[in-house]
Design a protein around this ligand. Structure first.
Ligand code: PXG
Length: 292
């Protein structure tokens, strides 16, 4: 496996960064998780746009242009001859000293890993997930905006620990106002009648690339797509529910806080959306040409 470290392809064993890197010391950095489907890097341009927006928010200047970053991603995937897999693109503040001041970090670090992906076991796509809402609240936008995909995932990890401790695979996080936000690494959707509903971005959620794709699918199949505030009541009384994310794709939810959704089986409309999503994954993105 070859890792792209600051533009150089190096063997995995040599892909090392300093213990003084502020990405490690303070979580000072941003990242993206991207999928490759049949040689197509799904929505790569949208992921790169979001990466640069996250970097801009934290006042981190990525040393190469978006176009160059796209080329670096393509170079890494093709060097590893991956046609299906997962890309982790990380940009950190770089090496500094033992103070948190980013001014001391003179050179931004970036690296790109292209590897196979580990999915939820297939049975969960077929039978759906049982999930819970957790006590830990989603970060407030005034402290650290959830739209920034930063290396600070402790908020989400604390929620995941709560879910793990309760024997649940995923957690739904509520925001400071008591409205539903998102799962630890996925956005949430419910279906009520012909309405496809997801929390608005102002509820404190990541502007998910899969979320945007599902919104487009909803419009295409003539559902009313609504972004609004949701409470636990809306979740418990939904006809159908599912989560969306690059890693999880579209995965049905069949139980929330012990309340069964759609009688405890994946919903009909959810299955249609999953089918449509699979078609989209091969169409939208940047196609790879593999080096022979
Ligand atoms: N919300 C959060 C907090 C996320 O981290 C999503 C929603 C879905 O966004 P996309 O753009 O992927 O549709 C994410 C992204 C993992 C993992 O290991 C999960 C994500 C990213 C990287 C790794 O589970 N989720």
């Amino acid at each position: 496996m070859l890792i792209n470290l600051n533009g150089n392809l190096v063997p995995k064993e040599e892909a090392k960064i300093s213990v003084f890197d502020h990405g490690l010391l303070y979580g000072d950095g941003v990242f993206e998780g991207i999928r490759i489907y049949s040689g197509n890097i799904f929505k790569l341009v949208e992921h790169i746009d979001r990466l640069y927006d996250s970097a801009k928010f934290i006042n981190l200047e990525i040393p190469i242009s978006k176009k160059e970053m796209i080329d670096e991603v393509v170079k890494t995937v093709s060097a590893n001859k991956l046609s299906d897999g997962y890309i982790r693109l990380v940009v950190t503040r770089g090496e500094g000293d033992l103070g948190l001041d980013p001014k001391k970090c003179k050179k931004v670090t970036y690296f790109i890993i292209a590897d196979k992906i580990i999915l939820y076991p297939n049975e969960f796509y077929k039978n759906g997930l049982k999930i819970i809402t957790v006590a830990i609240r989603r970060n407030v936008s005034e402290a650290l905006d959830p739209r920034v995909k930063s290396l600070n995932y402790l908020n989400n990890i604390l929620a995941k620990i709560e879910a793990n401790n309760a024997g649940s695979l995923e957690a739904i996080m509520i925001n400071q106002q008591g409205y539903v936000a998102e799962a630890t690494g996925d956005n949430i959707f419910i279906i009520k009648g012909n309405n496809l509903i997801t929390p608005s971005l102002f509820c404190g959620v990541l502007n998910g690339i899969t979320r945007a794709t599902v919104i487009d699918i909803g419009k295409k199949i003539k559902m009313n797509v609504i972004e609004q505030t949701l409470t636990r009541y809306d979740l418990y009384t939904a006809d159908e529910c599912f989560l969306t994310g690059t890693a999880a794709e579209v995965i049905p939810v069949v139980e929330i806080d012990t309340r069964k959704i759609n009688g405890g089986v994946p919903g009909k409309k959810t299955k249609i959306i999953i089918r449509e999503f699979k078609k989209f994954t091969k169409k939208l993105g940047v196609k790879i040409k593999y080096n022979s």
